[in-house]
Design a protein around this ligand. Structure first.
Ligand code: RFL
Ligand code: PHB
Length: 395
């Protein structure tokens, strides 16, 4: 097989990149090692920056988001006895949208399939060969057990944190910066109307808690747990009790309901640079991971593929390598900005582990930071600009 761009991974990065390329008349083939049903059932991000909404809209996959998504103009930050709102629009003139990553994936797959996009689902043994030559290839075994090879001009590594693309780049040309946090998030999806109009991020001596949502009848909630905790230790009653205690406020109560899904996610910051090796370009979680507190992972993936898609389109339109040559450095600007914000939000809102000798001191620093950020106009604007993704313009 031959194509212009071989894309490894059919998560939001790979699917959106193929959509952007198609709109510019560039051909691609996607290989994905999971089944389409599995990819469509994965529950992940929920908050979309206004710039990411614009990208989805501009490339023809924003219609349902505008119909069913919820625009949020602010966020609540909470600590025991106090819940304060930061108004994004007042602070920086922008908003975010709450619309599940699962729905974005559904919209992208429907659009790509209607367009006749070639996607190989349920492949195995994916490998990228000759990325540092002029004729790179992606090899794999398809769902029927046949060995396949795609020759391409370029390969886009959109295969997430555990994919094969990043390890294809020799360690001698890669630098990795990383922080593993001493806690994890237990997330639930519940069949109950949200008990709040905006997201709530709460710091409590028992640990962080947060209330998000997916629709008028489905809520998404998270609890800080130990990094090696087992979901089997958390009955629904224990989860709801923990959430109610950590988000308690006079005059407010948390409504509970049947849980549709629950899982534990470890938390890390990770950046591998550069994002390019020869004709292989990395985008999204394949090259960087942020802890979910800042709601940045999916947004970074969208910013990366918009930048990469535009650079490849420019190359095919007029032969110019300029944007491709700048891709890694330019993308890393936003990656580090979001990595810093996610680290800062995470540190402000999570309880240090019980064994940390500085725990009491750190809690006072966190409470002071929370009071400052919800009192000072300048500090609130800093949070709002970062949360809505308006510090740096979208590519
Ligand atoms: P993905 O989504 O991991 O997709 C990669 C795809 O590649 C496939 N793959 C392979 N395919 C072929 N061959 C191989 N060898 C392969 N290896 C892997 C995988 O099966 C998969 O389909 O990466 P992508 O596309 O870069 O997208 C990144 C986002 O998924 C991620 O950043 C976000 O979900 C992070 N995130 C959040 N981001 C936000 O912007 N806002 C949020 O509110 C937010 N909340 C979250 C989150 C992530 C979470 N978890 C579970 C990690 C909340 C949670 C709990
Ligand atoms: C979500 O709705 O899943 C969500 C929202 C905000 C975050 C992380 C996850 O910071």
């Amino acid at each position: 097989m031959r194509t212009q761009v071989a894309i490894v991974g059919a998560g939001p990065s790979g699917l959106l990149l193929s959509q952007i390329l198609a709109k510019h008349g560039v051909e691609s083939v996607i290989v994905e090692n999971r089944s389409q049903d599995y990819v469509l059932a994965r529950i992940r991000a929920g908050v979309i920056e206004h710039g990411a909404v614009d990208v989805l809209t501009d490339y023809g996959v924003g219609e349902r988001l505008h119909r069913e998504g919820m625009r949020h103009d602010g966020v609540y930050l909470q600590w025991p006895g106090e819940r304060r709102r930061i108004d994004f629009v007042e602070s920086c003139g922008h908003s975010v949208w709450v619309y599940g990553q699962t729905e974005i994936t559904k919209d992208l797959i429907a659009t790509r399939e209607a367009d006749g996009q070639q996607i190989f689902w349920s492949v195995s043994d994916t490998a990228i060969v000759g990325a540092d030559t002029d004729s790179p290839r992606v090899t794999f075994v398809d769902a029927d057990g046949n060995a396949q090879s795609i020759e391409a001009d370029y390969v886009a590594g959109c295969d997430g944190f555990h994919g094969v693309s990043r390890p294809t780049i020799p360690e001698s040309v890669r630098s990795v910066r990383e922080r593993i946090y001493p806690y994890a998030w237990l997330g639930i999806l519940a069949e109950v109307a949200p008990s709040t109009d905006e997201l709530i991020y709460a710091l409590h001596p028992d640990g962080f808690a947060m209330h998000s949502m997916r629709s008028e009848s489905v809520s998404r909630l998270y609890l800080q747990v130990e990094p090696d905790d087992d979901i089997a230790n958390w009955s629904d009653d224990r989860i709801w009790d923990g959430l109610s205690t950590r988000m308690a406020l006079d005059g407010w109560s948390l409504q509970s309901g049947p849980t549709l899904e629950k899982s534990i996610t470890p938390m890390r910051s990770f950046v591998s640079a550069p994002l390019r090796w020869g004709r292989l370009f990395l985008a999204g979680d394949a090259s960087h991971i942020v802890p979910p507190t800042g709601a940045k992972g999916l947004n970074l993936a969208i910013a990366d593929v918009k930048r990469l898609g535009s650079a490849l389109a420019a190359k095919y339109a007029d032969g110019s390598d300029e944007l491709l040559d700048r891709y890694s450095d330019d993308a890393l600007e936003r990656v580090w900005q979001s990595t810093h914000f996610s680290w800062w939000m995470t540190s402000m809102l999570h309880m240090p582990p019980p064994a940390d000798p500085d725990r009491d001191f750190l809690l006072q620093m966190q409470l002071t930071q929370l009071k400052h950020v919800t009192t000072s106009k300048a500090a609130a604007t800093m949070l709002a600009e970062n949360y809505t993704g308006s510090v740096l313009p979208y590519p």
